[in-house]
Design a protein around this ligand. Structure first.
Ligand SMILES: Nc1ncnc2c1ncn2[C@@H]1O[C@H](COP(=O)(O)OP(=O)(O)O)[C@@H](O)[C@H]1O
Ligand SMILES: [Mg+2]
Length: 305
C-alpha cells in the first residue's frame, strides 16, 4: 500500500547548521542547543545520547518541527524549515515526521485503530483511506488482533506498538523516537528495538534518543550531546565509549553508572573544543545579540517560503 521507501543512502534528509535554541528563564539564558551542525542521510539509523539536560529533547523537537530554533538552519528534504511559519511547519510535521514518545501519548478513550487514524484526520492527504491505512500500519507492528482495544487494555509494549503504528501511518520520511523504551522492561525493550530494525531494513530513516548503550548499539551511528553541543559523532562500531561499554559487558565488569576512561578523555577534548569555540565566537562577534535571527544561512537559502 505505501510505496517502497527510496533507499538511496546518499540523499541528505536532514541538514542542520549552527543551530541554537536559547531559553530565557528569569534573568538567565539557558543554551539548550548551542551551535549544532548535523547531517543525516536517507535510511540512516542514528542514536542520540547525552546526559539529562544536554539538549536531546530540544533537538528532537526541532527535528520534528514541533519547535523552532532561536538561530541557525534546519533543512528537511530540501525545505528550509527555519523559514516557515508555525502553520506551514505543522503541515511539514504532519506529512514528513513520525514521532514516538517515552510516554506513548495515546488517547485513552479511543481504540488502537482510532488512535492510529488520528494523524490522517488532520491532513487531507489520506482522509478517505484513513481506516485502511491504519489497519495496515497496525498489521506492520503485529497488532492486527488488538485494533479495538483501548490503551488501558494493552501492555506497555503493545501501547508503544500502537504509537509506532500511528507514527508510521502517514509514511513519514523520518521516524523520531525520544527515549521510546524508557518506560519498558528489558524484554519489551528488545521487542521494540527489533521492530525499529525491521523498519530500518525496509528503508525507514530513524533517529532515536536513548541513554541506554545497549539500545544505541543497534543504531549505525551514535551522536553524543553535551551542554547543547555535539561532542562526538561516530559509526557505532568505532564509537569509543560504546566499544568500551561492549568490552566491559563482555568481560563481566559492566556497570552502567561507571564513568569510563573513554568518557573522561572525551569530556576533556570537548572542554578544550568548547573553550576554543567560545574564544572564536567572542572574537568574531563582539556585540552579538542573543535573540536576533540570522539573515544568512549556508544552506537552503534559495527556497523561500
Ligand atoms: N521550555 C524550556 N524552558 C526553559 N528551559 C528549557 C526548556 N526546555 C528545555 N530547557 C532546558 O534546556 C536544557 C536541555 O533540555 P532538554 O533538551 O530537555 O535535555 P535532555 O532531553 O537532554 O534531557 C536543560 O537545561 C533544560 O532545563
Ligand atoms: Mg529529554
Amino acid at each position: 500500500m505505501s510505496k517502497p521507501k527510496d533507499t538511496n543512502p546518499n540523499r541528505p534528509v536532514i541538514q542542520i547548521r549552527r543551530l541554537k535554541k536559547y531559553y530565557k528563564v528569569g534573568e538567565e539564558i539557558v543554551r539548550a542547543l548551542d551551535g549544532v551542525d548535523l547531517d543525516i542521510h536517507n535510511n540512516e539509523f542514528v542514536a542520540i545520547m547525552g546526559a539529562s539536560g544536554s539538549g536531546k529533547s530540544t533537538l528532537m523537537n526541532i527535528l520534528g518541527c514541533l519547535d523552532k530554533p532561536t538561530n541557525g538552519a534546519y533543512v528537511l528534504n530540501n525545505k528550509p524549515t527555519h523559514k516557515l511559519g508555525m502553520s506551514a511547519l505543522a503541515r511539514v510535521r504532519n506529512e514528513e515526521i513520525g514521532f514516538i514518545f517515552q510516554t506513548f501519548e495515546l488517547l485513552n478513550r479511543a481504540s488502537a485503530l482510532r488512535n492510529v487514524m488520528l494523524p490522517m484526520l488532520y491532513s487531507s492527504r489520506h482522509i478517505f483511506s484513513a481506516r485502511k491505512r491504519a489497519k495496515h500500519a497496525l498489521k506492520r507492528v503485529s497488532l492486527d488482533d488488538r485494533m479495538t482495544h483501548r490503551p488501558n487494555q494493552l501492555s506497555g509494549g503493545q501501547r508503544q506498538r500502537v504509537a509506532i503504528a500511528r507514527a508510521l501511518v502517514n509514511d513519514p520520511s523520518i521516524l523520531l523516537a525520544d527515549e521510546p523504551t524508557g518506560n519498558l522492561d528489558s524484554k519489551t525493550t528488545v521487542e521494540i528495538i527489533e521492530l525499529f530494525k525491521e523498519l530500518h531494513a525496509t528503508g525507514q530513516t530513524i533517529i532515536v534518543v536513548t541513554h541506554e548503550e545497549d539500545v544505541a548499539g543497534h543504531a549505525d551511528r551514535i551522536v553524543r550531546l553535551r551542554d547543547g553541543r555535539i561532542i562526538s559523532d561516530h559509526p557505532t562500531e568505532s564509537d569509543p565509549i560504546h566499544q568500551d561499554w561492549v568490552d566491559r559487558m563482555a568481560s563481566g565488569r559492566g556497570s552502567l553508572a561507571e564513568v569510563t576512561q573513554a568518557e573522561r578523555e572525551l569530556n576533556h577534548i570537548a572542554d578544550q573544543k568548547r573553550e576554543q569555540a567560545l574564544i572564536e565566537e567572542a572574537k568574531s562577534k563582539p556585540r552579538k545579540r542573543l535573540f536576533k535571527s540570522s539573515k544568512s544561512s549556508e544552506i537552503g537559502s534559495e527556497a523561500k517560503s
